[in-house]
Design a binder for this molecule. Sequence first.
Ligand SMILES: [Zn+2]
Ligand SMILES: [Zn+2]
Length: 188
Amino acid sequence: MNSSALWVGQKGTELLVHDPDAQVAGSDLVVLWNKTTQEVELYNRDILRKNVATVSDSRVSDEAISLYSAWLVNFKSLLDEERVYLVKRIENEKREKIEKEERERQKIEREKLENLSHTERAQIHHGAFFERRGLKNPGVRPRGMLTRHRVTHCYSCKHPLDNSIDIECVACGWIICGCGACGCGYGL
Ligand SMILES: [Zn+2]
Ligand SMILES: [Zn+2]
């Protein structure tokens, strides 16, 4: 331990020792040793900056540092525990941030989907219809003048065909249902 790197601060009547070796990089919490309670304490970096002043009396700070050094001989494991906790905390925060971003991404996707026209949605479902069956998506084309197959109800979802959907499957030529079904899946 490099005692010259130690810093002693004062918060009210309490003396706090800051050991650079006890800190965890990237954490918003600072690990400090409290001379009054002889315990390891965690402080928010910003609160610390506002409320803790450097001890100017070197006798006071030297005494705190020597007490800390003596404490460290027996209780270094308590510092290590806090470090393990802080590392976990950073990992959790990172994971939560990733999960939050994923939720937001999905929300945007959902909203995008909600804003699509019936035709655009049917096209996406048509692709998924083939994907689910492990088949290559043949794609769609605008509904032709001569649609080869005319039905009023979808065999797959049983709903009436939506007249506002004006695309057909390139492979079978059926008008695509809102659920994505076309003739390619008929009888499968
Ligand atoms: Zn359908
Ligand atoms: Zn088809």
